[in-house]
Ligand binder design. Sequence first.
Ligand SMILES: *Cc1c(COP(=O)(O)O)cnc(C)c1O
Length: 361
Amino acid sequence: MSRAINFSAGPAALPAEVLSQAAEEMLDWHGCGQSVMEMSHRGKEFISIAEAAEADLRELLAIPANYKVLFLQGGATLQFEMIPINLLCGKTSADYVSTGEWAKKAIKEARPFCDVNVIASSEDKNFSYAPGQSTWKLNKKAAYVHYTANETIGGVEFHWVPEVGDVPLVCDMSSNILSKPVDVAKYGLIYAGAQKNIGPAGLTIVIVRDDLIGKAVPTPPTMLDYKTHADNDSMFNTPPTYAIYIAGLVFKWLKRHGGLAAMQKKNIEKANFLYNYIDQSKFFHNPVRVTDRSRMNVPFTLQDEALDEEFLKGAKARGMVQLKGHRSVGGMRASIYNAMPIEGVQALVDYMREFEIKHGN
Ligand SMILES: *Cc1c(COP(=O)(O)O)cnc(C)c1O
């Protein structure tokens, strides 16, 4: 068996240790004679799995006691709607920061529910930077402020936490959660689809401050009300049990490997290695402002896009897959989440160097 060096943006590579453990436990979890997939979500075995996953996530992110952790479905995309439904709290407007494809989607989905004020944007430069705090035109009457911590497609990441006063700060951390320590207390709500840096698709994690729960629009659809899920320990209906189990194994893996501070160090090292190569190269280019470059998703273009196909073919021959850029921007994108070892990034840079020597001028 050989494992590819997988640069997928999502669903993304998982740690081999985690997958091996899941394989070992596939037919018989801890001697109970069942796969986790076959268990009742209300049985003591699965309850113990879900409780451990939540406890480990709380430990990793040092989540304060006045925050609920919800294991939901519907992806980050459903949160684009659940956030206004739940957090408007009787107000009529919300502030949004527009930084790229994902922020734009969040904005579009919120518009039917409230007046969306786009209080800062990087559209003037093709979404190639994170708008500085001083440019944010915050509204005191906003129900919340929403921003996208890491634009998975554009490769733009906030390396700082915005200051928004008393208005709850809401953050889409789908593609950089668990990549570094985060001060959860600065946020009203954090959400993330699992398939980038947590586990399998199908699970969405929401971390929400207690006082923001139970204030949804009048008679909200039951499933779209955070209170439903908070009151039922995310088991109002059948949760995505297997995805929660794998996420739990990833949390244990993170703990074994030094937690989020150690991950951050590794992620900085990996990202620097790749950006340093790109920056000294005349053949490869990354368009993002240096201070705002993502440590998770590194988009880059070749000097001549006619060579894209050949680049991808050569990469594949070396065991490197899913480097093709998002259809909306073209070029390449290397996603280097927690599960990507430094050796994977080194292999990519070795290949890029070889390709540049052959094709550059
Ligand atoms: C992938 C992604 C989403 C969408 O997630 P789904 O789980 O497909 O709904 C939203 N925001 C960001 C930043 C993403 O990377």
